[in-house]
Design a protein around this ligand. Sequence first.
Ligand code: MLT
Length: 404
Amino acid sequence: MFKVNEDYLKLPGSYLFSTIAKKVAAFSDANPEKELIRLGIGDVTQPLAPSIIEALHGAVDEMGNAETFHGYAPDLGYEFLRNAIVKGDYESRGADIAADEIFVSDGAKCDSGNIQEIFAKDNKIAVCDPVYPVYVDTNVMAGRTGTYDPKKETWSNVIYMPCTAENNFAPDFPDEVPDIIYLCFPNNPTGSTITKDQLQGWVDYANKNGCVIIYDAAYEAYISEDNVAHTIYECQGARTCAIELKSFSKNAGFTGVRLGYTVIPKDLKAGDVMLHSLWARRHGTKYNGAPYIVQRAGEAVYSEAGKAQLKEQVGYYMNNAKVIFEGLKNAGYTVSGGVNAPYIWLKTPDNMTSWEFFDFLLEKANVVGTPGSGFGPSGEGYFRLTAFGSYDNTVAAIERIKNI
Ligand code: MLT
C-alpha cells in the first residue's frame, strides 16, 4: 500500500489565501446583492503596460514562424532576459551579479517554496513573525519544522522573530543562531522595511554565524526612501551568504503572466559545495523554464518605455496606498506600512482579533482584507489591506470603512 508524505498532514488548515477565498465565496453566495471590494490578496488590477503587450505580440508572432519558433528555453533562462536583469537590477545599483548567477523562473512564490529543497533536513529556519506563509508551510512539507503547537500557533523547530509596533516591525537578531534566515523587505505583510544599514547588519550576522539568508525582494519597486537597499547585494559580503528572490508580479503586473528569478552567487558555498550548482541541478531536472513569450515580455520591463510605464503603474498603486493610509489614520486607526510597500498594516480596533475584524469588515463594509494572524502569531490583532485595487475601489472601500 502506498503511503503519503505525512509531513503534509501536519499542516493546519489550508493555505491562507485559499481559506480567505472560501470564506468570501460563502459570503457572496449568501449575499449575492452585496458588491464586494477585494483588498485581500496582493493581486494586481491594472492592465499590462503597452510595451509589455507589444513584446508579447511580437513574441507570439515569432512562435508562428518556423524560422523564429522557440522550443525549450535554456536551463537558466534566455540570455537576453538575464542580461537585461543584470543591467537593470544589479549594475545600476552597483551590485556585482553575473548573468549566469540568475535563474529565470515562473515566479517568486514557487522559488521561495522550492529553494529549501537544496538544504539538509536538519537545518533550522528563522522567519519574521508575521511572515508570508509559503516559507513556513514549505518547510513543514519538507519535515523540517518539528511539531505544531495549536495554542501558540508555532512550530517547535522554527525560530520566530516577532515584528510588531514595539520594534518598528523590524526583526531583532534571534537568541538562537539559525541556519537559514528568511527575510522579505519591503515586507509582506507589514508593509514596513529596514534601512540598508540594518540589512548590512543581517549580512554581517549571517557571514559571522554561517547562515544563509533567503532574501525575498518581490516588493523592491515600491521603495520610495533613499536609505533602503533595492537588492541585498548592495550590502558588502552578501555574495557569500545570500540568495535573492525577485518577482515580476508586483512591479510589472505579471501575477497572471508568471515570471520571476532567483540569484545565487557562485561565492555562496557550504564547504566546497556551491549552492549555485545544487539549484542548477534542481532547475535542470525539475523545471522547463518560463515560456519564451513571457521572457520577451520580461525583457520589455527593462526597456526605456517599459520602465517609464511601470514607474507610472507603481505610482498608481502607491497613490492607493496613500489613500488607505491617510483615510484610515484620519478615521482613528493605527496604521503603518504603505511608504515603501503596497501594503497597509493596521491595528484592529476595540481589541478585535484579526479574524473577528475580517468578518466585521466583510459584513459591515463588504470589504475583503487579510487577517494578520494568518501570517503568524505576532500578526494577531493586526490586519492587512492591499493597495493593488483600482483607485475607485480603494476610495470606495475607505469611505465604507469610515462609515461603519
Ligand atoms: C499576498 O497577498 O501576500 C501575495 O499576493 C501572495 C503572493 O505574492 O503569492
